[in-house]
Ligand binder design. Structure first.
Ligand code: BGC
Length: 708
């Protein structure tokens, strides 16, 4: 054997060993995606467990236990299940109403950027990773059911819970929700779609009655729930409000007709905490589980005696709870010790969400990114040293928290001069001002669209006295910027950035990260421009502290959704109201050019799939990411249709000079409207305009197609 042959053989063996080792390692690293049992199998299992249960046991199974648990039945090997909030990370609660929950709590949990900022990334892949990370922390914390995603429509900017949701567009919300559900459930944690349905204000939320017509319900409020259901969500939480005069948590129409029949949901339905009042209605509505414990169901035994409830009703509810429980193996998979959390990975996901979710709204004369010169930066504002975040059930404390001051100082060093209350002289003499304003959004109350006076005055003082003022908004929803928008040189909408998101903010200011977030909402000039304006009962103003007793005494009040299907940008377009910043808008440090729109068929039939393709090119000097948006307009319709409806989008990363072809698909459903007579979607023949753009008000390419 010659030497080179021996050498060749040895090298080949070495490479082979290396590859097999690598392969083995990757194999063990490969994540197992959790798969629930099929409905039929879980149903059979539930039957056999039920056959061993007494009626009293069934009754106690259908009401929550100690506020956050499904009751255990150790005789039947069914351990308790702990459920925890919520969408932006795991809410650590050591105690709730005298119940010690400490044994269930993680030592720490990641505080992610708020969900509305996740929607502002327009990145479905990131939504999966974000939710997967939340799910992994749930698994480690022995949490069987995550009480999220929260996913109500952003109907008006004052709603205290907008930060927990995904914005104003049913399509964008649906895409994010579907990935969110898949991400959480891939870890074996149940995702709970909430709050079903039309819970769009926090002002006396337990006393509001949302009056909505059927078409609007199906086109605006239901699609994200449908998307979550189709993505496999195993739980739904009903809402506090009434829908058309019925409390959602005990409404046969809401649960049996809409949720179960029309949307096809087959798993666990639970009430929101203290939101149902009538046991008889509840059992007949298709509801399964009253939370946090029996209130409406307190008199189940009496209802049975009086014949107002049948044994079969209790059986149905208990079976639904068990079916979901068994399908997700909640009896066998909750072992805390088996889990290790990769917090570092989760922090990276949180950081990436902030990087992609922060929206650059204004950048006159290219003031940003701040160049590497010696200019001094005066930093001031409300949330510079403390982290702005949303409160209530969704609150997450986080760890390794980095304030704006921490991160800006590490990015810009001595150039940063922080002043809580800068003097006029300091304001005038600074080369650049970073002025932060924001709001503390929280469950249980709405807050004014306008900023608190003290903050408004401060930002006005900055913009009036220094032409190089950059405003950074930290809020979970839209705020009024009308008084200072024109004078501020740059505006960054940062939302609530989460525990480490101020790093992303610093990177955006310095240019290390090119901003790519786009608004998932419209920001109006004045609140009266909004489709939700007028929702407060006559003569009432917003309260600053939620009060349960006061809420109880408040009469039920109607909120007429008179805007109908014209919610969000659909409203501003129809009414010809110029918003301050439109839906889908967000600047980059580079520029993108759109061209070459082609559609696979200009005349198409109902069952055709249309392929829409176009080119996006980065014609600027920096690498960056663009979210191209596809809207449709029905121009020959027998019913009113919006001027634009988002039906597709794609986020593409492009180096300077690089271009790509984006391909999107449209099918029959995308052209349809809900027909209340047939109770189905209907694609009406006629012409439609396809509009491709970089925001809802910046359409770059369009083409007509005809459904024949
Ligand atoms: C909220 C829900 C939450 C529940 C449990 C309620 O007040 O509306 O979203 O999941 O409390 O914390």
């Amino acid at each position: 054997m010659n030497k080179s042959f021996i050498f060749f053989i040895s090298v080949s063996i070495a490479i082979f060993i290396l590859i097999s080792q690598l392969h083995a390692q990757l194999g063990t690293m490969k994540k197992e995606i959790f798969k629930p049992l099929s409905y039929d199998l879980a149903d059979k299992k539930a039957d056999s467990v039920l056959s061993l249960m007494t009626q009293d046991e069934m009754i106690s199974l259908v009401s929550g236990d100690r506020s956050f648990f499904i009751r255990p039945f150790m005789r039947l090997n069914l351990p308790e299940v702990y459920m925890s909030d919520a969408t932006q990370g795991v809410h650590i609660r050591d105690k709730f109403r005298d119940v010690d929950l400490s044994k269930y709590q993680l030592e720490k949990s990641t505080a992610f950027p708020c969900p509305i900022s996740l929607a502002a990334t327009w990145n479905s892949n990131l939504a999966f990773r974000y939710a997967e990370a939340v799910g992994e922390e749930c698994r480690a914390g022995n949490i069987g059911i995550l009480l999220g995603p929260g996913m109500n429509q952003y109907r008006q900017s004052q709603c205290g819970r907008n930060f927990e949701y995904f914005g104003e567009d049913p399509f964008l919300r649906s895409v994010i929700v579907a990935e969110y559900v898949k991400g959480v459930q891939s870890t074996g944690t149940i995702a709970t779609l909430k709050h079903f349905v039309a819970n769009n204000t926090e002002h006396f939320r337990r006393r509001s009655n949302s009056i909505i017509d059927e078409r609007t319900l199906h086109e605006i409020y239901l699609p994200p729930f449908k998307a979550g259901i189709d993505a496999g969500a195993m739980a739904v939480m009903t809402s506090y409000n009434q829908l058309n005069g019925e409390w959602c948590g005990q409404s046969n129409y809401v649960i049996n007709t809409v949720l179960r029949k029309q949307l096809g949901f087959r798993w666990l339905v639970m009430t929101d905490w203290w939101s149902v009042y009538d046991g008889e209605k509840l059992v007949k509505s298709g509801q399964d589980l009253e939370m946090p414990f029996a209130v409406a169901l307190e008199n189940v035994t009496q209802l049975l005696i009086d014949g107002k409830m049948k044994k079969e009703d209790v059986h149905r509810m208990a079976k639904s709870v068990l079916r979901t429980y068994l399908a997700m193996h909640l009896d066998e998979q909750r072992k805390k010790s088996d889990e290790t959390i990769d917090y570092q990975k989760h922090e990276l996901v949180a950081l990436q969400t902030a990087r992609e979710g922060i929206v650059l709204l204004k950048n006159d004369h290219g003031l940003l990114p701040l160049s590497e010169n010696k200019s001094s930066i005066l930093l001031t504002g409300e949330y510079v040293t403390k982290l702005a975040k949303g409160g209530g059930a969704a609150e997450v404390k986080g760890f390794n928290i980095r304030s704006m001051l921490d991160e800006l100082t590490s990015e810009f060093g001595k150039r940063i001069q922080y002043e809580k209350n800068p003097s006029l002289e300091q304001i005038k003499s600074a080369d650049i001002i970073l002025c932060n304003v924001g709001t503390d959004d929280v469950e249980g109350r709405d807050r004014p669209f306008a900023l608190p006076d003290s903050q408004e005055n401060k930002v006005l003082e900055c913009v009036n006295n220094n032409p190089n003022t950059i405003v950074i908004v930290t809020s979970g929803s839209g705020v009024r910027m009308t008084n200072w928008n024109d004078k501020a040189k740059a505006i960054i909408y940062a939302w609530y950035v989460g525990q480490n998101g101020n790093k992303a903010l610093a990177e955006i200011l310095s240019g290390k990260t090119n901003p790519s977030g786009k608004l998932p909402i419209t920001i109006e000039k004045e609140f009266k421009d909004s489709p939700g304006y007028g929702y407060l009962p006559e003569g009432e103003s917003l309260y600053t502290r939620w009060n349960f007793m006061k809420e109880k005494e408040h009469p039920v009040f109607d909120i007429h959704y008179t805007e109908g299907i014209f919610s969000g940008y659909r409203w501003y377009e129809k009414k010809n109201i110029e918003p301050l910043y439109p839906f889908g808008f967000g600047l980059s440090y580079t520029t993108f050019e759109y061209s070459d729109l082609t559609v696979s068929k200009e005349l198409f039939a109902e069952n055709d799939i249309l392929n829409i393709s176009f080119k996006v090119k980065n014609v600027g000097k920096m690498n960056g990411a663009e979210t191209a948006q596809l809207y449709i307009q029905d121009i020959e319709s027998s019913v009113p249709r919006p001027v634009k409806e988002l039906k597709g989008f794609k986020k593409v990363e492009l180096e300077s000079g690089q271009s790509t072809t984006v391909i999107l698909e449209l099918s029959k459903k995308d052209f349809s409207f809900w027909n209340p007579e047939t109770k189905d979607w209907f694609a009406e023949k006629g012409a439609f305009v396809l509009q491709v753009g970089s925001s809802s008000r910046d359409i770059k390419l369009q083409q007509q197609v005809v459904l024949q």
